[in-house]
Design a protein around this ligand. Structure first.
Ligand SMILES: [Zn+2]
Length: 103
């Protein structure tokens, strides 16, 4: 297990498919958008559910409720949008792993 995945498990409390999915979403967004973990509020995550996956996005992307850069729109959909305020780019990730890069 990689150190960053270990950090997700420690934060979340257990390892589960949802956490792994969120970890993969975050890693893919970081790769495709060339992002680092958000120190301040430069990266924003919009999550369309409140599942285990959201915790992995918080750890990996630094998108957390306290900084206001984690937005949960609980539509019960397995969909995530990652935005970069600096790059003015957005990436939407849907259940079929279809990726749409905007910006
Ligand atoms: Zn879980």
């Amino acid at each position: 297990m990689t150190d960053d995945l270990k950090s997700c498990v420690e934060f979340h409390g257990h390892i589960c498919p949802g956490l792994i999915y969120g970890y993969r979403v975050a890693k893919e967004a970081m790769k495709l958008m060339n992002l680092n973990r958000s120190v301040d509020e430069e990266v924003v995550a919009i999550c369309e559910n409140d599942s285990c996956a959201v915790d992995a996005l918080q750890v990996m992307l630094g998108t957390v409720a306290g900084k206001g850069n984690l937005i949960i729109k609980n539509f019960g959909k397995n969909a995530y949008t990652v935005l970069s305020r600096f790059k003015r780019q957005g990436l939407q990730i849907f259940p079929q792993d279809a990726l749409r890069l905007h910006g």
